[in-house]
Design a protein around this ligand. Structure first.
Ligand code: SF4
Length: 172
């Protein structure tokens, strides 16, 4: 699976937002969910926090795999979602960097904030959660069959682990 971290704290995220932005949270439901970032529940928690802080979240959306371009294009074409994406001024993509490229391509008129740092490939288990086994070169880490914990890697590369908002682990 693709392994990702968060670039900004919550305060860092909102420093990129204005109160009059029309915001869509757009999550992937696969690898990044197992990194404690994407998925519907975490997206809902972040949306609730943003709304309670006065930000205008107009929609929460998710797809099975944001790296599949047709899944993103479907959101643009579907009657149920097209209007919200037309209206949105900001998209917060809770997807890996591949997914972010697709969102930027399909919705060029909204500002897609790059909040995620993708760091390599990893393995998920119920005992250890997600671990990083094949780090990207920029991390300065070697391959490790046992895997690096995401907390350790986040500290090394100056990022944060999920979930975005409150740090509590959530179940889906
Ligand atoms: S968009 Fe990224 S996180 Fe989502 S399924 Fe594809 S590779 Fe995994």
């Amino acid at each position: 699976m693709i392994v990702s971290l968060i670039k900004y704290s919550y305060d860092g995220l909102v420093s990129h937002l204005n109160k009059d932005d029309k915001i869509i949270l757009f999550a992937c439901n696969t690898c990044i969910k197992f990194c404690d970032i994407g998925g519907r529940v975490r997206t809902r928690h972040l949306a609730e926090k943003l709304k309670s802080d006065g930000y205008n979240v107009i929609r929460e959306e998710s797809v099975g795999a944001a790296c599949l371009l047709d899944q993103i294009e479907k959101k643009k074409a579907d009657e149920a979602t097209a209007k919200a994406f037309e209206d949105a001024s900001v998209i917060i993509p809770l997807v890996c960097e591949d997914g972010l490229d697709n969102i930027k391509r399909v919705f060029p008129n909204a500002k897609a904030i790059s909040v995620i740092k993708t760091i390599g490939l990893g393995i998920f288990s119920t005992e250890k959660g997600m671990v990083l086994t094949m780090p990207f070169e920029f991390t300065g880490l070697e391959r490790n069959i046992d895997g690096y914990s995401l907390d350790d890697v986040a500290e090394k590369v100056g990022c944060y682990t999920g979930p975005y908002f409150d740090g509590n682990k959530v179940q889906e």
